[in-house]
Write a protein that binds this ligand. Structure first.
Ligand code: KMT
Ligand code: NI
Length: 180
């Protein structure tokens, strides 16, 4: 449901796994040290799932919508796919919960190496404000994700470099410079 690994540096198809040789996996605890939180939830019952309800209440995720990525369902599909894969940050958390399909959320570690996080059905991920990241579909070419937000959603991506933003400074202070 949730797996993470360091990426190779080949420029091949972004939808391929891009494992290093040999594979180098990253634990969910290591992700948490970068501020990336994740849960495995019951994706067949998101409406009644007490665990999801608790996460939403504790973190104040009042807003919810559904984002389905497929050529049929997403307007401007090709352009969106391209822009999701541009390295960027947000000034708020990016919260996604895969209820069908799967995809890769790539995040930068402390040393700027790419970690690929494979989120499959039942996987929920929170990227902290200010982390540089990108998204791509995998070879399955489909994801249906719930998107959450605290209050009115703002999805603005700030493509790298946007290091002067307060959210970036906060992220660095909390997760890059901190000894863990
Ligand atoms: C984003 O912000 O990158 C997206 O919404 C795409 C991933 S959501 C499945
Ligand atoms: Ni994003």
């Amino acid at each position: 449901v949730l797996q993470a690994w360091y990426m190779d540096d080949s420029n091949e198809d972004q939808r391929l796994p891009h494992h290093k040789e040999p594979k180098e996996f990253v634990s969910l605890d290591q992700l948490a040290e970068l501020g990336v939180l994740s849960w495995k939830l019951d994706a067949d019952n998101p409406d009644t799932d007490p665990e999801l309800k608790k996460i939403r209440e504790e973190r104040g995720y009042s807003y919810l919508d559904v984002c389905e990525i497929s050529p049929e369902k997403l307007p401007n599909y090709d352009e969106k796919i391209r822009s999701f894969f541009e390295e960027h940050l947000h000034i708020d958390e990016e919260i996604r919960y895969a209820v069908a399909g799967s995809g890769y959320f790539d995040v930068r570690d402390r040393n700027e190496a790419w970690i690929r996080v494979w989120v499959k059905k039942g996987g929920m991920i929170i990227l902290p404000a200010g982390i540089y990241h990108r998204f791509t579909l995998d070879e399955g070419n489909y994801i249906k994700a719930l998107r959450f937000f605290v209050g009115e959603p703002v999805w603005t991506p700030y493509n790298r470099p946007h290091d002067h933003l307060p959210a970036r400074g906060e992220y660095i202070k909390n997760f890059v410079e901190k000894d863990v």
